[in-house]
Design a protein around this ligand. Structure first.
Ligand SMILES: [Zn+2]
Ligand SMILES: [Zn+2]
Length: 314
């Protein structure tokens, strides 16, 4: 290209370069703008929707108090969204995954292995103009007893509010919607790792976090395993077979598919979920049988009571 530019007159070369620059500017990738998921809740499995166990939502539930400028009509622009400032390290973060017979035990304290923003959101943070999240990140007891090799269930299950899975980076995974039933990644304010705490201090993602480690070491550049859903099936990164970036339209109603993956070190044809950049971002329904979990317990110092509000997920 450079050679051909040299052969042109200065004026046409400039026009040529301008054209390139413009093409580069407008070559926005598909996830610079995303469809807004508001209202995409179903009461049965449906691709592109969240099959939510909760069907009614309180429009005044805790959350962002102001609609983001990055939401335009029925689309939103992730790169334009504000993030919570700060770089807080969690040296005591702990996650351990062991296999005992046919079970997989996930034991963690829910502190992330990566840095987070500063919570509660401070007044001088630009994020405070949208969300005054008063929650602080607190240790939680995570003890999940999952099937090592889950089976597809006869019926697909709805996805609850609160924790729906746990990631290898130490963060809990919540579903696609906030306590008001709206698209959580679009409306709620997160740190640069796409995480934030809810009322009992549980640090969680609602969508893909860049702070997870995906080396794409699986065959063909398929994403790595990044976490486990509550039915025991794996949740992998953005890339599918042959390393292709996946979107919701490539996956089934539960936001997964089945093919060979490395499972506990062995190539196994197994169902699994994927993160995608687009709604519903992760698990849309459970393909297996989810375990029951209890609301995570508050583990703050005994002299400080839990925050004085209820515990709807946010
Ligand atoms: Zn896959
Ligand atoms: Zn949340």
């Amino acid at each position: 290209m450079f050679k051909s530019v040299m052969l042109m007159g200065a004026k046409s070369a400039l026009a040529f370069l301008m054209m390139y620059w413009f093409a580069w500017l407008t070559s926005a990738t598909a996830h610079d703008v995303l469809p807004l998921g508001d209202g995409k809740i179903s009461n049965g499995p449906e691709a592109g929707y969240l099959f939510a166990c909760q069907q009614r939502f309180n429009p005044n539930a805790p959350g962002a108090h102001r609609r983001g400028d990055w939401i335009k009509g029925d689309e939103w622009y992730p790169a334009q969204k504000v993030t919570v400032d700060g770089a807080v390290a969690w040296p005591n973060a702990k996650i351990e995954i062991t296999v005992e017979g046919g079970r997989r035990i996930v034991s963690a304290n829910n502190l992330p292995l990566h840095e987070t923003g500063m919570f509660p959101i401070r007044r001088d943070d630009d994020a405070y103009r949208y969300d005054r999240n008063p929650g602080r990140i607190e240790e939680q007891i995570i003890l999940l007893d999952l099937p090592r090799v889950p089976k597809v269930a006869n019926t697909l299950s709805c996805v609850p509010m609160g924790m729906i899975g746990f990631t290898l980076s130490g963060a809990a995974l919540y579903n696609a919607v906030d306590a008001r039933g709206n698209d959580a990644p679009a409306h709620e304010i997160q740190d640069k790792c796409n995480g934030h705490p809810q009322q009992t201090g549980q640090y969680h993602y609602h969508n893909y976090s860049d702070c997870q480690t995906d080396t794409r070491s699986q065959a063909g550049g398929h994403s790595d395993l990044l976490g486990y859903a509550l039915d025991g099936f794996g949740i992998f990164g953005i890339y599918g077979e042959q390393g292709a970036e996946l979107s919701t339209s490539d996956l089934d109603a539960c936001h997964g598919h089945s093919h060979d993956v490395t499972w506990d070190g062995v190539a196994t044809t197994l169902y699994h979920y994927h993160f995608t950049y687009d709604y519903p971002y992760t698990v849309g329904c459970f393909r297996g049988t989810p375990i029951r979990t209890q609301t995570p317990r508050f583990l703050g110092p005994p002299d400080r009571p839990p925050p004085p509000f209820g515990a709807p997920p946010r």
